[in-house]
Design a protein around this ligand. Structure first.
Ligand SMILES: Cc1cc2nc3c(=O)[nH]c(=O)nc-3n(C[C@H](O)[C@H](O)[C@H](O)COP(=O)(O)OP(=O)(O)OC[C@H]3O[C@@H](n4cnc5c(N)ncnc54)[C@H](O)[C@@H]3O)c2cc1C
Length: 463
């Protein structure tokens, strides 16, 4: 597949990733051979198991039957193989069963997973976010309780922010949490649009929920984070139920749920009223992941449209026949078809490199020992995150639309498969903060509030 070759170009030739790991971790075991072997293995899994379920999963969708969410045919088996392959623990801490590989590996694998089957890739994607947030902000007890099974993949995770009246403005959230005599909290409220909020892939689902303690200040300053397991630690079914599934435009194989928390037992993560800050740990990495979804779908659509442009025969080249033995030339000879293919390609190659560069900043910010280097990587990453999310999703959507245009009327017909890339990629411009919210974040928080620190680092590096 073309993307593997192009991915290797970015990983090894544009960025010498083995050298990056060596200098950052003082460890040369993550060398080129290791990276290539991992990529090949991931490609075997995604191409063999996930890609064949992309279209069927889209057509079948998820179904809520008597409180049980059924994922499309084949998803359970593919998830079982995902667990068996050890993919769930790739990035998690070793002391809880993970392999503790640097986050750049997540960027590499995610492109393959999402390009093969975006709806499926969101189930493990959300778990990775939950692992990350709990690893950084959870107590020692919570890490021991939740991380091992999240890292085997036996349990999956979610992030529960959105409520019917609180979307971009999370500070309007009304979900309540009341302290109980045993130190746990009763969480009550309704969350909507919760991806992977209920499904039949794992034994348990660990919800990370934003809620407001009794008497908490209004707005984002009064929001705390709670872990609310579907099956509680004592093995009993917790009082969180999925009351409805969102019937939506795309990613039909991923369950988008309304979750009702009815005094569900939850456990406070970190300190009271710091929930927004903790959730940002998850949201920031998820924003890079969503930006990458834009590139992954663009790559998948480009492969289809490029192949089609070489096969579809319509009209003759302006400079004379290029396939005189055939009734017409392949459409790839026409300048505007070439323009669309080249637009796709430029966006994908630049976008892939940008996402990868952001991944390297995450590695550096996590593992660098020099505090100044660490700080600089953090500032650069903060600046890049809304760009990765905003630009790569908007560009990705444009790119998959170009693919449909190259297919002409056949692109509009479901059977061609390219129409799915359009309806799947549309959500990337909305969730994890709309493009407008990324714009506000970039200008207000990442440029004005920091007096342009991240921007200055980027310009210095460009020069
Ligand atoms: C399929 C799907 C999956 C999702 N998964 C999850 C999940 O797992 N967990 C979760 O918590 N949420 C999830 N969401 C929710 C998602 O994050 C929100 O839909 C998104 O943040 C936008 O909120 P909203 O839909 O309420 O739109 P609103 O906030 O009502 O925005 C409506 C419009 O107003 C614009 N707008 C709002 N404020 C401003 C402003 N200040 N300046 C300029 N424009 C503005 C927005 O950009 C948008 O165009 C999901 C949503 C969908 C559809």
């Amino acid at each position: 597949m073309a993307s593997i070759k192009d991915m290797r170009f970015v990983i090894h030739d544009v960025f010498d990733t083995a050298a990056h790991f060596r200098s950052l971790l003082g460890d040369d075991s993550l060398d080129r051979a290791f990276i290539d072997a991992l990529l090949d293995e991931a490609h075997r899994y995604t191409d063999g198991e996930l890609k064949p379920l992309n279209r069927s999963g889209d057509e079948e969708g998820c179904h809520l039957e008597n409180g049980v969410m059924r994922t499309p045919k084949g998803f359970r088996d593919a998830y079982r193989k995902y667990i068996a392959g050890g993919w769930a623990g790739l990035l998690g801490p070793t002391e809880y069963g993970g392999q503790d590989l640097p986050p750049t590996f997540g960027i590499m694998i995610e492109e393959l997973m999402c390009g093969a089957n975006m709806a499926f890739s969101m189930y493990p994607g959300l778990s990775r976010g939950a692992v990350h947030a709990l690893s950084v902000h959870g107590s020692a007890e919570q890490k021991a309780q939740f991380l091992p099974k999240l890292l085997t993949g036996e349990w999956t995770g979610t992030m529960c922010l959105t409520e019917p009246h609180a979307g971009s403005d999370v500070g309007l959230a009304r979900t309540k949490a009341s302290l109980q005599t045993d130190g746990s909290y009763a969480v009550t409220g309704t969350k909507i649009f919760i991806s992977a909020g209920e499904h039949d892939l794992s034994d348990n689902i660990i919800h990370l929920v934003l809620a407001r303690l009794d008497g908490a200040p209004a707005g984002t300053r009064g929001i705390s984070m709670f872990v609310v397991p579907k099956i509680d630690l004592d093995g009993k079914r917790n009082t969180v139920i999925c009351s409805a599934i969102g019937e939506k435009m795309g990613i039909h194989g991923n369950a988008t749920c309304v979750l009702n928390f009815d005094a569900a037992r939850g456990y406070l993560v970190g300190e009271e009223n710091h929930g927004m800050k903790y959730m940002f740990t998850m949201t920031n990495s998820a924003r890079i992941g969503v930006g990458q979804q834009g590139v992954s779908l663009a790559q998948a659509a480009f492969e289809a449209s490029s192949e089609y442009a070489h096969q579809r025969l319509q009209m003759r080249s302006l400079s004379g026949p290029k396939s005189p033995d055939k009734p017409a030339d392949p459409i790839v000879v026409h300048p505007d078809v070439r323009r669309m293919l080249l637009n796709q390609r430029c966006f994908i190659e630049g976008g892939r490199a940008l996402a990868f560069y952001a991944g390297r900043c995450v590695d550096t910010q996590l593992f660098a020992t020099d505090p100044e280097v660490k700080q600089q990587a953090q500032e650069l990453l903060d600046f890049l995150t809304p760009i990765v999310k905003g630009f790569l999703t908007e560009g990705g959507f444009q790119s998959v639309n170009d693919a449909v245009q190259i297919f002409g009327g056949h692109g509009f017909i479901r059977e061609s498969g390219v129409e799915q890339f359009v309806h799947d990629s549309r959500i990337t411009l909305i969730y994890e903060g709309t493009t407008q919210i990324q714009g506000l974040d970039l200008l207000a928080r990442k440029v004005l509030m920091t007096q342009g620190k991240g921007l200055t680092h980027l310009i210095a590096e460009m020069q």
